[in-house]
Design a protein around this ligand. Sequence first.
Ligand code: SF4
Length: 186
Amino acid sequence: MPVNPVEWTSERFSKNYVADYKPYNFVDGEGVRCSIYVSGCPFACRGCYNKAAQDFNYGSPYSRELESQIIKDLSADYCQGLTLLGGEPFLNTGVTVPLCEEVRESFGWSKDIWSWTGYTWDELMEGTEDKRRLLELIDVVVDGRFEQDKMNLNLAFRGSSNQRIIDVQASLKSGEVVLWNEGDYY
Ligand code: SF4
């Protein structure tokens, strides 16, 4: 396996498996959300919150039926959007890119999309084309590995203080990291 995560590819790792799907929760971003947990993450952080989902073979294959269910669940007025978690959403782009494209097709930008990732923003910028495509489709990314020595349970939406909540579209436009909500999320 290449040492540099920038060289890791979804094509090489992903089995297009899903560890879990949780409709209508309140913890994976702002508002009421539908969360999909894709399988597989080679970052293997010490203290990972979802160790079972580090395995690319964990769970069950993603299906058209699940995609239809997610779109149906998202259509509820009170549901603010979709959240991608893992596992590593940017190494499961065979699942996450078509799903996010379907969300944009069905709802435009009236539903938002959040994603957690072990990649830093800079690594995503250097990464493969599919990672860039996923970024083009999402609103907010929480970036970086979970670092146990920086763990802080009081942080909003993050496990460790190195992680940032990033406004993806503003960052892509400006070419530098723009924090979500002007960084007012502590
Ligand atoms: S990046 Fe996230 S899912 Fe991957 S090993 Fe680290 S904490 Fe676990």
